[in-house]
Design a protein around this ligand. Structure first.
Ligand SMILES: NC(=O)C1=CN([C@@H]2O[C@H](COP(=O)(O)OP(=O)(O)OC[C@H]3O[C@@H](n4cnc5c(N)ncnc54)[C@H](O)[C@@H]3O)[C@@H](O)[C@H]2O)C=CC1
Ligand SMILES: O=C(O)[C@@H]1CCC=N1
Length: 280
């Protein structure tokens, strides 16, 4: 990994989250990373100043020097990027795409024969090396490239190799997932603030509670059900809270949130051209 040269095509939030995770993990040096966008020079300067990586507009990238391209633009911009890449890269250069809803077969069909393409789904916690990232290899990827992609993704958190058919539900669970928990804390903050707490303090209390619960699940042997039951004394405060949560559809709301995000991901992958046209 220490010898690879990695180029991000796209210089937005997700590219920054991943590159900052790469660098902070110490597994990649800033000199190995180059980031491009279409034309926003201010953004490129910002990333160059912040991380010491090379940052150039896409016209100034020498494709032949790159081992791994990380596609990190919006799904609507994929066609232009595939056109840029087709004919300019070789089969031994690996493409890793973070784009929601764009399948490996869609990319393979629009690239050179037997191009090595891997689809990943990280989340924004990449920035602090706490992502839960799925990795799904396309049809033509060699095992050493799968392992490289997994290793790269492990530098920004946990990485799981999954079948691509599960990528939509995975996106609903872990790609979009942090947003559900942020939204939960927004509500906790609101109720705590209304009851007289300082906003920042109750935000921290909510986050620490969520962090502690997540850590319990990861580090203790009990299942979430057992952990929940351990806190719930008969007719106690937790039972009252959980009754209200269920009465207001808490559990169902989460199930529906995951399913809706997954179905949006599926729509994007089924009709990329129509969706792309709608978003332009
Ligand atoms: N935000 C999130 O939590 C997650 C996002 N994703 C995926 O990450 C991708 C990027 O999302 P964001 O970073 O939020 O978007 P963003 O809008 O912040 O950044 C997109 C970047 O792509 C650049 N770009 C567009 N066309 C380009 C081209 N032809 N060549 C080079 N650069 C080009 C833009 O200039 C911009 O810098 C999306 O496809 C999304 O589905 C995946 C997992 C999680
Ligand atoms: O909302 C989105 O499209 C992206 C994909 C996964 C998380 N955020």
């Amino acid at each position: 990994m220490k010898t690879k040269r990695i180029a991000f095509l796209g210089a937005g939030n997700m590219a920054e989250a991943i590159m900052s995770g790469f660098i902070q993990s110490g597994k990649l040096a800033a000199e190995q990373i180059i980031v491009t966008n279409r034309c926003n020079q201010d953004r490129l300067n910002e990333l160059n100043n912040k991380y010491g990586i090379e940052a150039v507009t896409k016209e100034n990238l020498d494709f032949s020097t790159i081992d791994v391209f990380i596609l990190a633009m919006k799904p609507k911009d994929i066609d232009g990027v595939l056109e840029d890449l087709r004919g300019r890269i070789t089969a031994d250069q690996l493409l890793i795409s973070v784009l929601a809803g764009i399948s490996t077969s869609y990319m393979e069909e629009n690239l050179n024969d037997r191009q090595q393409v891997i689809r990943v789904m990280p989340n924004t916690s990449s920035m602090i090396q706490e992502s839960a990232t799925a990795v799904s290899p396309g049809r033509h990827v060699a095992m050493d490239q799968v392992l490289l992609a997994k290793e790269l993704m492990k530098s920004i958190g946990e990485a799981y190799i999954i079948d691509e058919e599960k990528m939509d539900i995975y996106t609903g669970i872990a790609g979009s997932g942090p947003a559900y928990f942020y939204n939960l804390i927004e509500h906790i903050e609101e109720v705590g603030h209304q009851a007289g707490f300082d906003r920042e303090l109750v935000r921290e209390i909510g986050a620490q509670t969520l962090y502690g619960a997540a850590k319990m699940i990861l580090e203790q042997e009990e299942t979430p059900t057992e952990l929940r039951e351990n806190i719930t004394s008969p007719k106690g405060t937790t039972a009252a809270g959980l009754d209200a949560l269920n009465a207001y559809g808490g559990g169902m709301a989460i199930i529906e949130a995951v399913k809706s995000a997954a179905s949006r991901s599926k729509e994007l992958s089924k009709q990329p051209e129509k969706e792309l046209a709608l978003q332009k």
